[in-house]
Design a protein around this ligand. Sequence first.
Ligand code: AMP
Length: 351
Amino acid sequence: MGYRVHTFSPDSDTPAGHVSDIETTALYDDLDLVRRFARDVDVITFEFENIPAATIETAAEFVDVHPRGSVLHTTQNRLREKTFLSINGFPVAPFRQIRLIEDLYDAAAEIGFPCVLKTAGFGYDGKGQKKLTGPGDIESAFVAMNGSEAVLEAFIEFQKEVSVVCARGADGEFVHYGVIENEHKDHILDLSFSPGNVRGTVCAEAVEITQNIAEAFGYVGTMCVEFFLTQDDRLLVNEIAPRPHNSGHLTFGPCVTSQFEQQARAVCGLPLGSTGFYRPAAIANLLGEIWTGGEPDWAKALSATNVSLHLYGKSEPRAGRKMGHLTATDETPKAAAEIVRRARQMLLEKA
Ligand code: AMP
């Protein structure tokens, strides 16, 4: 789009840094460097949730930050996020704040088993989560939280997990990509396809909830809402991602405008683009495990038709780390999902 990009990160040699014009490597709490960075750019956005609120506040003294720092502050902590959702009338699984072990005993008695204890901050992809199946699990789950503030929530025997990726402009323009269906493995997103296989009314409701959340935040940029769909077709919001989302990677290629382009358009004050899909699409994540036997033979996955490869350029392929994804398109979402699953499987097969 012709923009020059300047990244700021505590790490060097980062995926975003590889494709930016200038890469500043500094700690988020080095506020002098944050100020210098903010003076140098026209607009700021972020794609990582655990940035300290003070970093964003400091930057915002000099330049617009989208989405606003208060959105980041709310969404980077499960307790604040769930409280925001429930006081604004959005559906969430029953939850309680946990500080002391007594809170956990009381909350487990109210919510019942099974339930899930999650750290309030710094949790993603199932990190900092413990499932409790009975009172015997309370003590060990509490100890595992290591003194961190936590949230206890009901375990939902969901029918499926879905997400809605949307974008909202500063003038309130709202676009969305419909319902994406997500499959997780070991709490980590494994495969997504679009359109998701849900009833039209569920789709409309998921989009309406997403739009209302974006409005309640006065959101500017790309945002994702992740939902549980219960056995009786009720939607519960699990999480909000204040950034382009892993499930929305399937918009990159198969859509007229990707979630990343929407982010750039929204934060730069441009009109949003069409969210139309050329064809149904699916993605399969590539985690660090795939590198166990050395660099995978990418040609194997790419020999399938309609499959494309995206590697993020992360330096170290650790287990559970999202290193890239494969995208496939076909006439139906189910067929696209099958193609992408097979293409990934081919990477794992030895010659
Ligand atoms: P989270 O990091 O909270 O998004 O959790 C990661 C994944 O763990 C979710 O996408 C679900 O597959 C599973 N999970 C988290 N919370 C619950 C819950 N309350 N009930 C059932 N499954 C859950």
